[in-house]
Design a protein around this ligand. Structure first.
Ligand SMILES: [Ca+2]
Length: 92
């Protein structure tokens, strides 16, 4: 799934509380995955809305137990102009 060219966002909805895992692989440049929730529904990622991240890494994952709601996974390369292929797996 996808080519990170700066920043990509993926939206998903949990219909019931579940253990969520995002796994990224195949990237040739470090990627930072961030799990987000737009708690105040303003369409903007605010400071307190980052739930978890994997730092800048290769072949890594983020896991968290989530309640029902809408969440986002942000996929970003270390430098804004940098791009890399990657595969993102989302399970809940
Ligand atoms: Ca917000």
């Amino acid at each position: 799934m996808g080519v990170a060219d700066g920043v990509d966002f993926y939206k998903f909805t949990a219909t019931q509380p579940s253990e969520f895992t995002a796994v990224i692989s195949g990237n040739t440049s470090p990627i930072r995955m961030t799990l987000l929730q737009d708690k105040d529904n303003n369409g903007v990622v605010d400071n307190n809305e980052e739930l978890a991240n994997n730092g800048f890494n290769y072949n890594s994952s983020v896991s968290l137990t989530l309640g029902a709601g809408t969440y986002y996974v942000k996929v970003a390369t270390a430098n804004s102009g940098e791009s890399t292929n990657y595969i993102l797996y989302l399970t809940a």
